[in-house]
Write a protein that binds this ligand. Sequence first.
Ligand code: ARG
Length: 278
Amino acid sequence: MWRWIAVLCGVCVGVTRAYLEDVSGEVEAVEGVGVGVFVGGLERIVGGTEVEPGEYPYQVFLRVSKGETSFVCGGSLLDTTRILTAAHCLDGLAAPENIVAVAGEHDFTVLEGPEQERVVSVMTPHPNYQGDPKLGADLAVLQVSEPFILGGVVQVAPLAPPSLDPTSGSSCTVLGWGTTSENGSVSPVLLATTLTVERRETCEEIIVAERPTAVVDETVVCAGGDGLHDTCQGDSGGPLICGGVVAGVVSWGLGCAHLGMPGVYTSVPNYLDWINAN
Ligand code: ARG
């Protein structure tokens, strides 16, 4: 039996090495990064796979501190000083300075080089946000006073035009460092997965049956529900990318990756004027 384990491990290490060398060309990185690749590659719990560092250069890592604890949210870089995120990431926060925004992040447990870290100085939740993502308007714009420097793995997000409403059945990509299962732990490396857009009427029926006061209208996009792929806790605020543009903001869901239960994303086209004005 041990022989087989040894053989299997040999294969695993080989694959990890080959993958890493392919991506980075640096053999020295194998020990440290190998674990991350390995975990990301094996778990795939909400269907996530590790992105290549810099593949989504507008993805922002948000570390939010509340008292003794801190949690993770995602965001999209709008320009050198502004970040789009979910309003509920700011729930109960005393000051914007409790949020640290990192652009150029990939593995948040390792200082890899291209990260740019800024303390948030202004936080503007949408005025219609009522303290519960299920009631809608779950978006916010954050501002930093020291601009991010664009270039390489730090770029501005392409936002969906006002006319875009992702068609049901089409595929969109979601990103995040959130938990890889409903009660699991966050991912150290940025993961991505692909979701299918759900018909809004179908989504509303499914969700309102469970949460009668939830708002599922043209201000949101529903996606997922295959029971395998979903966003989860910690992914909030990050982008829903459809046709290469940011069409949504990760907002909420009932559990994670439950079969037949789509996740809800704040519609970017619907709020484009407000986003551009704030
Ligand atoms: N509210 C979560 C967050 O704060 C995002 C949940 C998305 N859930 C889902 N099943 N799609 O990170």
